[in-house]
Design a protein around this ligand. Structure first.
Ligand SMILES: O=C(O)C1=C[C@@H](OP(=O)(O)O)[C@@H](O)[C@H](O)C1
Ligand SMILES: C=C(OP(=O)(O)O)C(=O)O
Length: 455
């Protein structure tokens, strides 16, 4: 495994104004699904703009192990899919590395097949709960073997004929919704997913694009009922993946915090299920100009011009969490520089990400002099504009727990702090945003590798 053995510490320091125009790599959620659905569909799928982070590459390897042909020609990924219902039994365990999305969605995709498939991952993924996907799969007739209480490694064996179910998703999770729908692809009849709280809708939109018979009904309370007719044909598509709003969050917050900054970020996905951070920062007083709003491949896309701003604290309501779930660590960093108090509510899902992000963020903030309180499902940050006293002069490092978003968030904290901020590992950033260091330093951010072990 590339992580957990050789940690690569890094350090950021107070920087001059960040300036420039950058293009953010492709959206991770759409990239995973492009490999999966392209690998499953009949005929050819061509993808440009794919995120080539470790998480997505692992999904590509898994699809190859189940019969898809995937190759890169120039800037394009070209896939010959197996056809729906025609995945092959993988001969070896499927290794998803650090990726919850790759692992959980593929469990749905192949778990209902009448053969065995085994799922493994790194130390972080092996601690994350899989019961949320295994329970609906069990209802569909899948046999599950796991050594330790619904944690990886897990082996699945589908029944002769899977059972279509109606499943109400018990937590706000696009991964759980998607796993059940993908299991429905190889199940006779109609698989129904009821989603009380809307989460990112890439699975629904992309499956429709690939030709699946999928409908969505939303009632007066916003509860969504998604119906998928199983065993239909999927046909290869041409996909241009828009830039990842979750990766965008790092240079965006960095520009807001670093005095004098003026940064433009091109081609950012603006799907409303993903824009909660932008809305929250605008409420805090952020100068974010949405330019060239347009529709590309069925998705809202825009360029964002971001300038240094004096932020003020706000309360972020719990019902906004699904639309910014991966952005709380970097929002907490923005809140550290805002005047007044920022209160974030409804954060229970943060405890089951690559790390327990609620406690990892609170510990990192405290280590670097930020006043905050961690509650069971809340985080309160009392900000200090100017960053006086922030950072850690002794070089003591934030523990990243194999979590890319913790690493990037704290490197952003250091760009406006009095003392440098050190993180114990930056290599994990390659799971979602391999270009992070180059793009940030290109804008003028002072971020460097630290030789040897961090203190
Ligand atoms: O479906 C997806 O692509 C994702 C869903 C979210 O996870 P949950 O479904 O666990 O909330 C998110 O945190 C993850 O980065 C990507
Ligand atoms: C939670 C994340 O991803 P995953 O669940 O796919 O590991 C993330 O990228 O922040």
């Amino acid at each position: 495994m590339s992580h957990g053995i050789a940690l690569k510490p890094a350090k950021s320091a107070r920087s001059e104004a960040l300036k420039g125009t950058i293009r953010i790599p492709g959206d991770k959620s759409i990239s995973h699904r492009s490999f999966m659905f392209g690998g499953l569909a009949s005929g050819e799928t061509r993808i440009t703009g794919l995120l080539e982070g470790e998480d997505v590459i692992n999904t590509g390897k898994a699809m190859r192990a189940m019969g898809a042909q995937i190759e890169k020609v120039g800037a394009e990924w070209i896939i010959q899919g197996t056809g729906n219902g025609a995945l092959l039994a993988p001969e070896a365990p499927l290794d998803f590395g650090n990726a919850g999305t790759g692992c959980r969605l593929t469990m749905g995709l192949v778990g209902v097949y009448d053969f065995a498939s085994t799922f493994i991952g790194d130390a972080s993924l092996s601690k994350r709960p899989m019961g949320r996907v295994l329970n609906p799969l069990r209802e569909m007739g899948v046999q599950v073997t796991s050594v330790e209480g619904d944690r990886l490694p897990v082996t699945l064996h589908g029944p002769k004929v899977p059972n279509p179910i109606t499943y109400r998703v018990p937590m706000a999770s696009a991964q759980v919704k998607s796993a059940v729908l993908l299991a429905g692809l190889n199940t006779p009849g109609i698989t129904t997913v009821i989603e009380p709280v809307m989460t990112r809708d890439h699975t629904e939109k992309m499956l429709q694009g690939f030709g699946a018979d999928l409908s969505v009904e939303t009632d007066a309370e916003g509860v969504r009922t998604i119906r998928l007719v199983g065993q239909g044909q999927l046909k290869g598509q041409v996909i241009d993946v828009p830039g990842d709003p979750s990766s965008t969050a790092f240079p965006l917050v960095a520009a807001l915090l670093t005095p004098g900054s003026d940064v433009t970020i091109l081609n950012v996905l603006m799907n409303p299920t993903r824009t909660g951070l932008i809305l929250t920062l605008q409420e805090m007083g952020a100068d974010i100009e949405v330019q060239n709003a347009r529709l590309a491949g069925g998705e809202d896309v825009a360029d964002l011009r971001v300038r240094y701003s004096e932020l003020k604290g706000v309360t972020v309501p719990a019902d906004r969490a699904p639309s910014m779930i991966d952005e709380y660590p970097v929002l907490a960093v923005a809140a550290a520089y805002a005047s007044g108090t920022t209160t974030m509510l409804g954060l229970e899902e943060l405890r089951v990400k690559e790390s327990d992000r609620l406690s990892a963020v609170a510990e990192g903030l405290k280590l670097n002099g930020v006043d905050c309180d961690e509650g069971q499902e809340t985080l309160v940050v009392r900000g200090r504009p100017g960053g006086k006293g922030y950072g850690n002069a002794s070089g003591k490092a934030v523990v990243t727990h194999l979590d890319h978003r913790i690493a990037m968030s704290f490197l952003v904290l250091g760009l406006a702090s009095e003392h440098p901020v050190t993180v114990d590992d930056a290599s994990i950033i390659a799971t979602s945003f391999p270009e992070f260091m180059d793009l940030m330093t290109g804008l003028g951010a002072k971020i460097d590798a630290v030789d040897g072990e961090a203190a």
